[in-house]
Write a protein that binds this ligand. Structure first.
Ligand code: GLU
Length: 287
């Protein structure tokens, strides 16, 4: 069976040089391994994703010379898959609703004082207040239409699966390589779904990589630590584990990660200025 690679952008802005590196690296590695290349549109965030950004992704990738298989998987068309994965985690008693807004969580954390732990992206860990809420109270608040997030009970989940690792052929932010010890607990009780969206990034990625038979995940090292959560979800749901290759990020002149609003590095802008594929490969350090 040939290896399966995927590039998985979110259509919430136009692609930039960082995406070009990721897409080209996926294509290069798939070609070198005699593998397949899939494209996945990660469009679960209905407030930020737009059809024109999705159309631009196809244009930009075709301009980069990429060929990908059809049909393209769009996450918004697979909510039933995420619902059934969530139901399996619920059946294991690993999921609970929390009702606090981000501001309320910040206040709860402040009340705890001291150095409250933060996740690898810098957000405070959820303090777990809703975990002890009675079933009746949960049902009452959900029936009343309150917004909620469904969270993974991390400690209980970890007890079910024991220590997990993954095989890293790229490098983490601190140069980690080889067999990596997964540390999903660094994220606390992560969100798996919300009232209006039956999945989160983490759940959708774990479900989709398995559904698409992905064997090789090649993506930016800003997602290195998220891999711990993906490994945990794979273990809980009985899904196979891919190999992981996290690549360096393209930084702007100030050493910051590129954002989708930076015109100087947008692929559309560079194309309009007459840049060719060779120039892009060179700018992202691939030749
Ligand atoms: N959709 C994510 C992004 O655009 C990438 C997810 C992944 O490669 O696992 O950052």
């Amino acid at each position: 069976m040939p290896p399966v690679f995927r590039f998985a952008p979110s259509p919430n802005g136009y692609l930039h040089l960082g995406h070009a590196l990721s897409a080209l690296l996926n294509a290069d590695m798939a070609r070198a391994a005699g593998g397949r290349l899939l494209l996945r549109i990660e469009d679960i965030d209905a407030t930020r994703c737009r059809p024109e950004f999705e159309a631009a992704i196809y244009q930009d990738l075709a301009w980069l010379g990429l060929h990908w298989e059809q049909p393209v998987r769009r996450q918004s068309e697979h909510y039933d898959d995420y619902r059934s994965a969530l139901a399996r985690l619920e059946a294991l008693d690993l999921v609970y609703p929390s009702f606090e807004s981000r501001t309320e969580i910040a206040r709860l954390v402040e009340m705890r004082g001291g150095n409250w732990p933060r996740d690898p992206d810098g957000a405070p860990l959820y303090p777990g207040d809703a975990k002890s809420m009675s079933a009746t109270e949960r049902a009452r608040r959900m029936a009343a239409g309150e917004p909620y997030a469904l969270r993974l009970d991390m400690q209980t989940a970890l007890k079910r699966v024991g220590p997990l690792t993954w095989n890293e052929t790229g490098a983490g932010p601190a140069g980690e390589i080889g067999t990596i010890a997964a540390d999903p607990s660094a994220w606390g009780d992560v969100i798996l779904a919300r009232k209006e969206t039956p999945t989160s990034y983490h759940l959708a990625v774990a479900v989709d990589d398995a559904a698409q038979g992905v064997t090789d995940v090649v993506r930016g090292c800003d997602l290195f630590h998220s891999t711990g959560v993906h490994r945990l979800l794979q273990a809980l749901l009985g899904l196979p584990q891919p190999r992981y290759h996290h690549h360096r990020l393209i930084l702007d002149a100030d050493g910051r990660k590129l954002s989708k609003s930076t015109f100087a590095t947008g692929l559309r802008e560079l194309r309009a200025q007459g840049a060719g594929m060779a120039a892009i490969r060179q700018r992202v350090g691939l030749d």
